[in-house]
Design a protein around this ligand. Structure first.
Ligand SMILES: Nc1ncnc2c1ncn2[C@@H]1O[C@H](COP(=O)(O)OP(=O)(O)OP(=O)(O)O)[C@@H](O)[C@H]1O
Ligand SMILES: [Mg+2]
Length: 318
């Protein structure tokens, strides 16, 4: 899609919804969800969050996230069951309503990141213990880790920052049972392995990601929320990875790091009200989300041009 088309779409993004007839409403940072009779509608708005703050909207982001998550759920059902029922609208996934584990299962394949919870932030400060693991000496920024690490975080209430923890702490605090933790961590690693293999076949490196899990009404543990989207994952372009590192540059990313880095360049790290995103940053971010979609699915992204609220009223019968 051209920058001109993206710029034109800046004024037509979906910032939020309020459909009283669809069930009990919950507003996440990115999704508005409606729960009724054991099912939940996840409406992915165009809101973007980073540093656990909503920063503004990005054209087509809700559609990219929904369709990409649906793609990945279809690709990984054999590896781990998930909550997806169907996709009644380009930006809506209907899912089984689950009892969530209040733990984010982060899986990291590389020594990277620049937020307060990132592995690299800790490592660069000289810390070698991270989420219960002992990290080796001599790691370089963006370097591939010998094996992926599951580094869980507690899901903070809205407006607060998630905190990296470790298996034993979660189990000791009874946030989750030991067997449950181990079963889920093993699912998370299998999902990550499948994700990395598919990404690599498309010329991308799946660098790290975050999974959420919940229990369905019949007790099955399933993947909930979203999976392997550019919101929940880092993706780097494989072809330029080595050469950029050799030149001391950051890898080329197709994820939220672009927006995070814009804010960090202004000195903003998530404390207090965020400065506004420029139109240039919104257009560039949209281009990266769409590129991630197209590279991963190997299909052209077809934006839905309809006015989103009236479309949602129709597709959801709101
Ligand atoms: N199948 C499911 N059952 C129950 N809850 C779910 C399910 N799938 C996703 N959720 C929850 O719906 C919300 C989705 O909203 P969104 O992704 O915007 O939230 P978030 O801002 O990332 O997280 P939160 O609002 O929990 O801090 C999350 O709270 C997520 O845990
Ligand atoms: Mg979420």
């Amino acid at each position: 899609m051209t920058d001109a088309a993206l710029r034109e779409a800046l004024s037509r993004t979906l910032a939020g919804t309020n459909f009283a007839s669809l069930g009990k409403r919950y507003e996440g940072k990115v999704r508005d969800t409606y729960t009724r009779d054991g099912t939940r509608l996840l409406i992915a708005t165009d809101r973007i969050s980073a540093f656990d703050r909503v920063l503004g909207t990005i054209p087509w982001k809700g559609q990219v996230l929904t369709q990409l998550a649906a793609y990945w759920f279809r690709q990984t059902t054999e590896v781990a069951p998930n909550h997806m029922i169907d996709v009644p609208d380009p930006c809506v996934m209907r899912v089984k309503d689950c009892a969530p584990f209040h733990v984010e299962f982060v899986v990291r394949g590389y020594a990277t990141g620049n937020t307060s919870t990132s592995l690299w932030t800790h490592y660069a400060r000289g810390e070698r213990n991270y989420a219960g693991y002992k990290l080796p000496e001599g790691l370089k920024k963006h370097q591939h880790l010998e094996a992926p690490l599951v580094t869980p975080a507690t899901k903070a209430p809205k407006g607060e920052h998630d905190v990296t923890t470790c298996r034993d702490d979660l189990v000791a605090r009874r946030a989750i049972g030991a067997e449950e933790y181990d079963a889920i961590a093993s699912m998370a690693l299998s999902l990550f392995e499948r994700g990395q293999a598919i990404a690599r076949s498309r010329g991308l490196l799946l660098v790290d990601t975050k999974y959420e899990f919940g229990r369905t009404s019949d007790g099955t543990i399933v993947v909930i929320d979203e999976i392997h989207t550019p919101d929940s994952s880092r993706y780097w372009i494989e072809s330029s990875y080595e050469s950029r590192l050799a030149q001391g540059q950051d890898p080329e990313g197709l994820d939220k790091d672009y927006v995070r880095n814009f804010y960090l360049s202004l000195g903003y790290k998530g404390d207090g009200p965020p400065p506004a995103m420029t139109d240039e940053v919104r257009v560039e971010a949209a281009g990266r989300y769409i590129q991630a979609y197209e590279r991963i699915t190997n299909e052209v992204f077809v934006p839905n041009e309809e006015e989103p609220i009236s479309r949602l009223e129709r597709t959801l019968g709101a």
